[in-house]
Every structure is written in structure tokens, then in C-alpha cells.
Design a protein. Structure first.
Length: 340
């Protein structure tokens, strides 16, 4: 963490956040052994023509783990190969969403970037070589070829899922299908495949698990925007704001009843006992956020487990269309201002 004069202040541990609005957080090179692993991944992919799967297998065979102490997979190697932070660039706005709109992946011309924001550990030339290999691998396939590959995988595996697609060495990632066809289910429809209900349930849960970190990041950004200090406990994502109160985030999937009405089931982690729970209700297709409920701890014991589209006036008094309400909860002011 550095101050407004770019002078070093402190090294943040995983999950810690800056506490002063004028401070900035930048990345610095890690331990030498970890740097060598990243550089080795780039070299093997660009110069030894090893695939992501082959690189992951080699690392796992040597007992090398990721920064999360997990085994390497094809996906985790691919993430390293496409992340510009390794050449010192800070890139924002890769995805965006509006209220009641699905999250979209922005085109590169809409990205907000700061090139050379910090010291890189991979050369620009090697990164460019890797990017070109990856681009050529996906751009040479038209829609018909992508769908043919999907049909072949279905015939061989008997089922389809995003996780299964991502584990294939000779196929583009599931994100390519989402980007090209507007969603995996749309691509499945085009090849005549209808997943069963249990499968759709798993896909929705996978999507919501991916959404949770993004919502958590949005919450933190709202707090930091008004100068609040935020610390995140990575074990259970409990937020501590200004060292005074806590908040957690839960996402409620939407389910349709046989009668066609919509319901949301909330699952609270009673072991956390946060002061405020931010409940995120999804819209019917579970692709975009519908609204938010800020539930105080004092009301959690009597809060209904299932919510309808419209609830009692007491319940819906905690309902908000955006997260902007968080700004007022975390902003600090003088005692004189508070009592005016």
C-alpha cells in the first residue's frame, strides 16, 4: 500500500483492504520461487508448445501448488497466461452490469487500463507471443465448428457442462460459447441437447458461486468510496467495517413454483452473526441481480426463509434497488455534523 505521494506505507495480507481513500494498493513481485513458476509457465507454453493441461500436470507432479495452496488445473494455468498483471498492467471494467441486466464481458476497447502500473515479472514480448497463440486458437473457429465440437463432446461424454468443457484440451473454454452464443443453454439448444433439471440446477449454482466474489467486491468498493476501512476474512467472507461492525453477503437464487409464482430461499450462516446481512435476490433466470435486502442481525431470527415477489411492509422496508445505500452506512462525520 502506498500513499498519495507514492511512498510505501505497509504490505497488506490477503483479505486486507486500505483504510484511507487517498491510499493506493499496487502489486509487487512475490518470492523468487513463485516468480520462477510463473515465468516457467509462460516459457513452456510459448516456446516448448506445452498445453495448459500438460503444464498443470507437470507442476502437480512436482508438488507445486497455486497461490491458494491448490493443485494446478488447465483453467488455473490459462488464467495465469491471460492475466496482464504479470506484465505490470492494471486492467479494470472487463465486465459490467446494470440493475436487472445480465453481467456482460466488455470488449477490450471498453477496458480501463493503466499500463506499467507496477513492476512486471514477464516480458512484454513473451506475453504477446502467448496472447497470439491463444487468439489464433479460438478465432479460427466459426460458429458451426464450435457447435460441431460440442456435439462431439456430447457424443463422447453423454452430457455437457461448463466444467466439462473447460477441462477439454482441444476445445475453447466455456466462456467462448457464452460469448459467441449468449449462454451455454443457448448453445446446447442449437445442437438439440436439453439438460435435465438437476443439471440446470448445478449450472445455476456454479454461476452464483462465481457471482459471489463480484458482489462482495462491489460492496467493498461502496464502503471504500466514502473512506471506510474494510477488512475481509477470506475463510468465510465476513466484512469488518471501520473496526466497528460486520456484514456478510448471501445470494438467493430464484425458483418458480408450479403455479408460476417466484420464490427466493435465504440461507443464513448462523455461525457468523454479522450485524448486517446483504441478501442479493436474483431475477427469474438467475443471470442478473433483481434487488438487495439489508437485514439487521436483530431481525434475522424472525426473517422468513422463503420470500415472495412482494412481502410484508416490514420485510420490504429493507429492500433496495442498488447498493448505494451502503455509502451512508459507512461514511464518517464529526459529532457536530451528526447532531445537527
Amino acid at each position: 500500500m502506498i500513499d498519495e505521494r507514492n511512498e510505501f506505507k505497509a504490505e497488506l495480507s490477503r483479505g486486507q483492504q486500505k483504510s484511507i481513500q487517498t491510499d493506493r494498493v499496487i502489486l509487487i513481485p512475490g518470492p523468487k520461487a513463485e516468480i520462477e513458476v510463473i515465468q516457467r509457465i509462460y516459457y513452456q507454453f510459448a516456446h516448448e508448445q506445452m498445453s495448459e493441461r500438460e503444464i498443470a500436470n507437470a507442476l502437480n507432479a512436482e508438488g507445486v501448488v497455486t497461490d491458494f495452496d491448490r493443485p494446478w488445473s488447465r483453467g488455473s494455468v490459462h488464467q495465469v497466461l491471460t492475466n496482464e498483471k504479470y506484465i505490470g498492467n492494471n486492467v479494470y471494467n472487463k465486465t459490467s452490469s446494470k440493475l436487472r441486466k445480465r453481467i456482460i464481458r466488455n470488449s477490450p476497447d471498453k477496458w480501463i487500463r493503466c499500463d506499467g502500473a507496477f513492476q512486471g515479472i514477464v516480458s512484454l514480448g513473451v506475453f504477446a507471443d502467448v496472447r497470439e497463440i491463444i487468439l489464433q486458437r479460438s478465432q479460427r473457429l466459426d460458429d458451426a465448428q464450435l457447435l460441431d465440437m460440442l456435439r462431439t463432446l456430447l457424443k463422447r461424454a453423454g452430457t455437457l457442462s461448463g466444467m466439462l468443457i473447460d477441462e477439454q484440451d482441444n476445445m475453447p473454454s466455456s466462456i467462448t460459447y457464452v460469448s459467441r452464443f449468449g449462454g451455454l443453454l443457448r448453445a446446447y439448444t442449437l445442437i438439440g441437447y436439453t439438460p435435465d433439471r438437476d443439471y440446470r440446477y448445478l449450472e445455476i449454482n456454479r454461476s452464483l458461486r462465481q457471482l459471489h466474489p463480484q458482489v462482495l467486491e462491489d460492496v467493498v468498493k461502496h464502503f471504500e468510496r466514502v473512506g471506510a476501512g474494510v477488512e475481509t476474512n477470506n475463510q468465510h467472507d465476513l466484512l469488518t467495517i471501520n473496526d466497528e461492525w460486520t456484514a456478510s453477503v448471501v445470494i438467493a437464487r430464484c425458483q418458480a413454483t408450479p403455479a408460476g409464482t417466484l420464490r427466493w430461499k435465504l440461507r443464513f450462516d448462523n455461525s457468523l452473526t454479522p450485524d448486517i446481512t446483504i441478501a442479493v435476490r436474483m431475477e427469474e433466470a438467475n443471470l442478473q441481480v433483481r434487488d438487495y435486502y439489508l437485514i439487521p442481525n436483530i431481525d434475522m431470527g424472525t426473517w422468513p426463509q422463503k420470500m415472495a415477489e412482494e412481502n410484508s411492509p416490514l420485510i420490504d422496508s429493507y429492500r433496495f434497488a442498488t447498493l448505494d445505500v451502503l455509502d451512508g452506512l459507512a461514511a464518517r462525520c464529526s459529532l457536530k455534523e451528526a447532531f445537527q
